[in-house]
Design a protein around this ligand. Structure first.
Ligand code: ADP
Ligand code: MG
Ligand code: ZN
Length: 478
């Protein structure tokens, strides 16, 4: 009996708002313990909540980005549970009337397109953070009340690869739309994975197995590993004649183990009830229109701009789009110097290499897009030798100086002084009589060696074509 996995995902994304969902405390990551707290988000009775408008805009933005239906009437409920990470003993969440319903996301897994349906996206509060030391626990409520959207899929995945492709795409869209920073390692994006197994026939007939839910996975790697481990665990249970228990599980990233957290609650265990302090919201057409107008350019739109308008290959475009910081930087350089192809090449070949080596950080570059574009313009206009482009870039990274400054100081401008080029070539030929002899005997591969020697001496002050022509002529006459 071959068992087939079915997976559904619940993704929590913290919104990029300045303040919390129902009070004016800072929603920023970090800060000293319990520094971003007031009586409202600390759960004191009597503090009245006021909905953060920006959070509402961002969830609507998510709805537009994922093709959802946006509710014109939406409201909040209290989800009750008692745990030290939740000082009010209830979380404000949405049950009956979420802001977004339905929707979908298209993914690409090894060349095949697949549509993942969304069930809903709702707006709720985050809980606090607990840390444990020996037999003592500490509660930090800075995160309590930070606005969170929960994006719930239908059980449409059947492999870890599909889930990974979905999370990567989802994260990219959230980042491009300025909805969530997508920092999984800081917990601003985390996933709960629901898994069940059934035979392929039952799966196709919609008769899914009992599911378990693995909570709070905070890296793409952990998601892949947890799905693998849980699929194996359930397979063992079923194949040895047992039944899977519906429960909530924890995945231990350190040893890859799955352990039970608690038996799965059903919705009625939470005693959801309307929050009497938070009035329902009616979204008007004008509001939706203004939210739509403020929607940033999504990655797919940028992709077609890069390929259709700029003429980049889909592969190069995808490399640049892989990081929003890189893509934004690229757009800035093109605005300054309209040569999208050479600029893309410079970014991919030289800048990203430095980034990958850890020598440059896109978020704290020591030079501006202006400087970077200008250097490429000098190369394209034949003012600076292409071979030393990378050296000048390194200098810019280290010193923060502009390309003009560097070329002036180090005398790197191509000067096209034919006399100087000739003098250097004469000198090189005189110093390497054996190589010259070899060349005359038909061993043309030494040409590269002589050219290299000359370029070294000229330090980029002559255009490569000039050096090559002059050397060819001189060797012919030698
Ligand atoms: P809850 O809110 O109790 O976690 P939901 O019904 O909202 O439950 O479902 C949560 C997630 O579990 C959804 O992403 C859904 O697609 C997924 N899911 C539901 N049933 C199954 C199943 N049998 N196998 C795998 N995933 C499932
Ligand atoms: Mg759940
Ligand atoms: Zn507060």
């Amino acid at each position: 009996m071959k068992l087939y996995p079915t997976i559904g995902l619940e993704t929590h994304a913290e919104l990029m708002t300045e303040s919390k969902l129902f009070c004016s405390c800072s929603a920023r990551f970090g800060g000293g313990e319990n520094e971003h707290c007031c009586i409202g988000c600390s759960g004191f009775p009597g503090a009245l909540p006021a909905l953060n408008k920006k959070a509402l805009e961002l969830i609507v933005r998510a709805g537009f980005s994922f093709n959802c239906e946006i509710a014109r009437f939406t409201k909040w409920e209290r989800k009750n549970y008692f745990y030290p990470d939740l000082p009010a003993a209830y979380q404000v969440s949405q049950m009956e009337r979420p802001v977004c319903a339905g929707g979908f996301l298209e993914i690409n897994v090894s060349g095949e397109k697949k549509t993942i349906r969304l069930n809903r996206i709702h707006l709720e509060e985050d809980a606090g953070k607990l840390t444990h030391e020996g037999n003592r626990s500490f509660a930090d409520y800075n995160r309590t009340g930070v606005p969170l959207i929960e994006i719930v899929t239908e059980p449409d995945f059947h492999s870890a690869d599909e889930v990974v492709a979905y999370v990567e795409k989802l994260r990219q869209i959230l980042q491009y739309a300025d909805i969530c920073d997508g920092k999984m390692e800081q917990g601003s994006l985390r996933c709960d994975v629901n898994i069940s197994l059934a035979t392929i026939e039952n799966t196709q007939a919609g008769k899914l197995g009992v599911r378990t839910e693995i909570k709070n996975l905070n890296s793409i790697k952990a998601i892949g590993r947890a799905i693998q481990a849980e699929t194996e665990r359930q397979t063992d249970i079923i194949e040895s004649g047992g039944t899977v228990v519906q429960q909530t599980l924890r995945f231990n990233d350190a040893n890859g183990e799955i352990t039970p957290m608690r038996n799965k609650e059903n919705a009625h265990d939470y005693r959801y009830f309307p929050d009497p302090d938070i009035p329902p919201v009616v979204l008007t057409e004008e509001e939706l229109k203004s939210f739509k107008a403020a929607l940033p350019e999504l990655p797919e739109v940028r992709m077609s701009r890069y390929t259709a308008e700029f003429g980049l290959s889909p592969n190069d475009a995808a490399i640049i789009l892989g990081d929003k910081n890189v893509s934004d930087f690229y757009d800035d350089t093109v605005k300054i110097y309209n040569s999208p192809k050479t600029l893309a090449g410079f970014i991919i070949v030289e800048l990203l290499r430095r980034v990958n080596l850890g020598e440059a950080n896109m978020k704290s570059l020591s030079f501006t897009a202006d400087d970077f574009a200008e250097l490429q313009r000098f190369v394209d206009e034949g003012k600076v030798n292409r071979d030393i482009r990378k050296d000048i870039l390194r200098d810019m990274l280290e010193s923060g100086k502009s390309p003009v400054q560097i070329c002036d100081e180090k005398n790197l401008w191509i000067k096209e002084d034919a006399g100087a080029v000739e003098a250097v070539i004469d000198k090189i030929m005189a110093a390497n009589p054996a190589a010259v002899e070899q060349y005359k005997n038909g061993e043309i591969k030494v040409f590269g060696f002589l050219m290299g020697q000359a370029n070294k001496e000229l330090k980029g002050s002559a255009a490569p074509a000039t050096v090559k022509n002059m050397l060819e002529q001189k060797l012919k006459k030698a």
